[in-house]
Design a protein around this ligand. Structure first.
Ligand code: FAD
Length: 290
């Protein structure tokens, strides 16, 4: 039986989850179950699969979620965005998820398509994530719903307090837990915990972790998602740029220190942006005090 993440969170003090994206190549697609199987061996509480901005990778998300759930009997969270969908389409896709017994969703607004500067909702679509949560709730309690959180504040939001108010609306609408944007300064996460608690948000806030394995990829990734790269990170990784082995080693060491400090400070587990690779995350997991 596939469990709801909300039920797992009631039972476990700490959870470990791993996020994948739908691979673009057949080779990558064929390898993903092997990667997921290795994470199951390492004690994965659930997997998550991202939802693309458009095109065929979107259907691939549901196919992969369905396949991994059936193969491993582990909950797999389907990321789901409002981008490019009318409300009717959103409902239709939710119906398909229900048919496939996909019970766990990360509800998201999504970003403006590449090349467009500002986010605008689709025709007959939804403007904000909390509206998607309300739509999901029209299916009763079938789905367990997670939401995105931004320790540094969301890029389009004027300040952190407003961002926290918006998070509260998502939780009040039915969001049951939060997974954060990646960050490299744990102070941002701990301050976020305080700020959200003060605002009356009492759900689990799981830190999203990425292991740095390539400096240029890091710059691109953070440029897209708006996460700040602190100077200390530039100082470590810029001089290693081009040296794969040294970057890998430093990336694992940085992530191990970051994860240990988070867990010591009370983080209720870790959510890894595993990027379809087993090695760096496996090494980090083997070195942290879980
Ligand atoms: P919202 O919560 O709707 O917020 C969007 C903006 O609107 C924010 O600035 C917010 O402050 C503001 N806002 C929110 N509510 C209100 C309100 N009531 N009134 C006024 N303003 C409001 N993207 C993908 O395309 N696919 C993925 O699979 C994916 N996975 C992700 C996983 C995680 C863990 C995270 C952190 C992000 C992910 N994203 C993904 C990116 C995400 O879609 C973008 O960051 C998006 O810009 C914000 O989504 P949201 O659900 O937080 O939006």
């Amino acid at each position: 039986m596939i469990r709801k993440i909300s039920d797992i969170l009631k039972e476990k003090d700490r959870t470990y989850s791993f996020e994948f994206f739908p691979p673009k190549t057949e080779k990558g697609r064929a390898k993903l179950p092997e990667v997921a199987g290795a994470f199951k061996e390492l004690g994965a509480d659930w997997f998550a699969v991202t939802y693309g901005a458009g095109g065929s990778t979107r259907e691939a998300t549901m196919e992969i979620v369905d396949e991994l759930q059936k193969k491993f009997n582990v909950p797999v969270m389907h990321h789901f965005t409002c981008v490019g969908h009318s409300q009717e389409e959103l409902k239709k896709i939710l119906g398909k998820m229900k048919e496939k017994n996909i019970k766990n969703i990360l509800a998201l607004r999504g970003d403006a398509p590449e090349g467009e500067e500002f986010w605008t909702p689709s025709e007959d679509g939804l403007e904000y994530c909390y509206q998607l949560i309300k739509l999901i709730k029209t299916f009763g309690d079938f789905f367990s719903i997670g939401v995105a959180g931004f320790p540094e504040g969301h890029v389009d939001c004027p300040d952190k307090e407003t961002d926290t108010r918006h998070l509260k609306i998502k939780i009040d609408s039915g969001g049951e837990f939060v997974i954060t944007q990646l960050f490299f300064d744990n102070k941002d996460y701990f301050e976020y915990l305080e700020r959200t608690k003060k605002a009356g948000i009492n759900v689990r806030i799981l830190p999203g972790i990425i292991t740095i394995t390539d400096y240029k990829v890091l710059l691109k990734f953070c440029g897209t998602c708006g996460a700040t790269i602190p100077q200390k990170v530039h100082d470590i990784f810029k001089p290693l740029d081009g040296d794969k082995e040294a970057t890998y080693k430093a990336g694992v060491e940085f992530a191990v220190n970051q994860c240990n400090e988070l867990l010591r400070g009370g983080a209720p587990g870790l959510h890894f942006y595993a990027l379809n690779k087993i090695d760096p995350t496996k090494e980090v997991l083997s070195k942290i005090n879980r």
